[in-house]
Design a protein around this ligand. Structure first.
Ligand code: AMP
Ligand code: MG
Length: 431
């Protein structure tokens, strides 16, 4: 991994003010510094769902392996249907049968055809299949077919028309989908080589935090980030390592960072990265690695730490996310998630973005990116419109549970007026 840019370089990039960094710049800097892990493992096909394909998968065969029929009907020589005199039907002799899995062996000669079923290999000599609906069976041995009705290739699935021998059937970095598993199986492969699952350690910091299931003392809050992070990591296909709750105490934070770095490819913390915070997270991160502390021109979220931890030669990338629950999630989705996919050697799945009509004015200052939680509606005429879920405070986690999308107001954009089009990222596939 290259060295992270120092926080000072942030000021030279575009942002709302001198010392804040635009979202797109931070995303670019982060992605530039991530190198994919090399480790792979071989898995039985079923276990590879959602995993990252390690190498291009080159097809060891043609799929389908042989020309075969796309219809139940009659395989024939199309030239036999091009009758010389102007007749409306042609009578052919039935030379035999071809079923899927049971080919007709033998060559079909002029004036002959083969009764054929879908998926059966095209008999030698034949170049077209006429569907049975067009055929008039005269008796067991002869069939009448319309003249001029079959072009060469008609109703034939060509060998290799799905996948061609020697071609890349799937590209490395692909997150294997159900269709991909089927496609790999169609090549006869029962196993597949994937990248090792990315291990991501996470912990929450803050003296005010208590764990769910424990009594809540006055002035304390329950640790929700532990659960949102767990869920987001699992959903993205990574292996979470939950290091729990860590107090704002230098020794405890140091121990947690050391343990995280030893066990994981990436470390995600929440809380304690704002300037002026009374805790030690920043201090310990800076001590154990090369970490930049940014102010991002965004809402929610603003403080973000990014860099590498380096402990006795073992490295891990580090994200210090802001503690406010919505800020944690938004920062994860737009900074950590793409970087973790890159680290995992995967092409990050594209977020589905649509344009929708804003149902209300959305006051906004240019110079920062805003991620508002929204609800999409489709009108009877098919137009998409979006409204916010109400209060958009960065601690209001119910705004995330009520939303089905995020309205993204870009850095340079000003106030949105009712009826204006806005960009919307769907939660479907993300959450
Ligand atoms: P911090 O980023 O540490 O300054 O925290 C910002 C706000 O988020 C504070 O109100 C914290 O109490 C709250 N917070 C921090 N971590 C968590 C967490 N794990 N779960 C819920 N709230 C949190
Ligand atoms: Mg804190």
């Amino acid at each position: 991994m290259q060295q992270p840019a120092s926080s000072r370089s942030a000021g030279t990039l575009t942002g709302s003010d001198a010392d804040s960094l635009a979202v797109a710049d931070a995303q670019r800097i982060i992605l530039n510094q991530v190198q994919p892990i090399a480790a792979t493992e071989t898995l039985a096909l079923k276990l590879a769902l959602g995993r990252v394909l390690a190498d291009d998968l080159v097809s060891p065969m043609n799929v389908p392996a042989a020309d075969n029929s796309a219809m139940d009907g009659y395989a024939l020589r199309s030239i036999d249907l091009q009758a010389a005199k102007p007749v409306s039907t042609v009578t052919l002799k039935i030379a035999g049968h071809a079923f899927a899995g049971h080919a007709f062996d033998g060559e079909v000669s002029a004036g002959h055809c083969v009764r054929i079923m879908t998926g059966a290999v095209i008999p030698q000599g034949c170049d077209a299949v006429l569907p049975q609906e067009l055929a008039q069976r005269l008796n067991d041995h002869t069939v009448e077919l319309p003249a001029q009705s079959g072009q060469p290739g008609l109703n034939i699935r060509r060998a290799g028309e799905d996948l061609l021998l020697g071609q890349a059937a799937l590209r490395q970095g692909r997150l294997l989908s159900p269709a991909d598993l089927g496609l790999i199986a169609s090549l006869g492969l029962a196993e597949v080589v994937v990248k090792r699952k990315l291990r991501v350690a996470h912990f929450s910091t803050g003296d005010e935090l208590r764990s769910a299931g424990q009594p809540l003392d006055e002035g304390h809050v329950y640790d929700s980030n532990r659960y949102t992070l767990h869920g987001m990591l699992v959903r993205a296909g990574f292996e979470p390592i939950d290091l729990g709750l860590v107090k704002d105490d230098p020794t405890a934070i140091e121990a947690a960072l050391l343990q995280a770095c030893a066990q994981a490819d990436a470390v995600i913390t929440s809380g304690g990265v704002s300037a002026g915070d009374a805790d030690y997270t920043r201090q310990m991160m800076a001590r154990l690695g090369d970490v930049a502390f940014w102010k991002i021109a965004m809402r929610p979220g603003r403080p973000l730490a990014f860099g590498t931890l380096d402990v006795n030669g073992k490295r891990a990338i580090l994200f210090g996310l802001p503690g406010n629950p919505v800020a944690t999630m938004v920062s994860f989705y737009f900074f950590a998630r793409p970087a973790l996919y890159a680290l995992a050697g995967a092409q990050a799945p594209e977020l589905t973005t649509v344009r929708a009509i804003s149902e209300a004015d959305l006051p906004k200052k240019p110079g920062r990116t805003e991620f508002q939680r929204g609800q999409l509606t489709r009108s009877s005429t098919g137009e998409l419109s979006v409204r916010t879920t109400g209060a958009q405070g960065s601690g209001i986690l119910s705004s995330m549970t009520e939303a089905d999308c995020m309205i993204i107001l870009s850095n340079d954009q000003g106030t949105v007026r009712t009826g204006d089009m806005v960009d919307v990222v769907l939660f479907d596939g993300l959450i």
